[in-house]
Design a protein around this ligand. Sequence first.
Ligand SMILES: Cc1cc2nc3c(=O)[nH]c(=O)nc-3n(C[C@H](O)[C@H](O)[C@H](O)COP(=O)(O)O)c2cc1C
Length: 224
Amino acid sequence: MKVVIINGSPRTQGFTASVLRNMEKALRDRGAEVDLIDLSRVSLSQCKGCCSCYTMGYCPIDDDGEMISSKIREADGLIMGSPTYASNVSGYMKVLIDRGHFVIEQLLQGKYCVTVATGENYGSSDAGKILDKLILYSGGRRVSKIVRNAPFNSIRTDMGVEDPEALKASEKLFTAISKNRSYPLQAVYHKIVFSFGIKPFVRRKGKTYQGVMDKWKELGIDFR
Ligand SMILES: Cc1cc2nc3c(=O)[nH]c(=O)nc-3n(C[C@H](O)[C@H](O)[C@H](O)COP(=O)(O)O)c2cc1C
């Protein structure tokens, strides 16, 4: 079982990292292969809006973008964690969302996902909703979500805090992957968004979206 964990905080020892590292340890202890990526430690530049990924199926920017998407594509599970910045996800996380081939290419089809949003006062539930929506629109199955507030810099990984909520979410994720759980309500919601929104949109684009259609073919998605 492979799980990718994304830390969207620039603070690799911060609150978000503390929740995510609890999950990393719990999943490793259960025997999962876990890859935790701190977005602040990789090379990931902003999307230039050239749209060539839609035509070619890959991004021409020479950095770690394609490497991260490939890791996610090969994983069974994905955990996305972000601090709340102005009631939204962090800039690091937003750049990955823009660059990562999530929605149009249905990167998360069949993958089991957990979202983590940390904050200090207001807006963390908004940041969490942005990640939840991304997962549902990209074909993923949201197993669990964590939205947590604490005073800035009061919780750090070096405090070694045991986090029962993170451990519970890891356990749910492990079980969902092992048992190939289904989520009928999410599946219906995704079917509506995909069939009435994404699919007709991509079909109208024709050859300019050849890269997207090739990816769908690989995933066994019917684009007729
Ligand atoms: C630029 C910036 C903007 C922030 N905006 C919000 C906000 O809108 N709502 C909120 O609850 N917390 C906000 N915070 C607080 C962080 O989201 C919160 O402390 C978070 O847990 C930090 O996570 P980290 O330690 O993993 O970096 C902001 C922090 C920064 C640095």
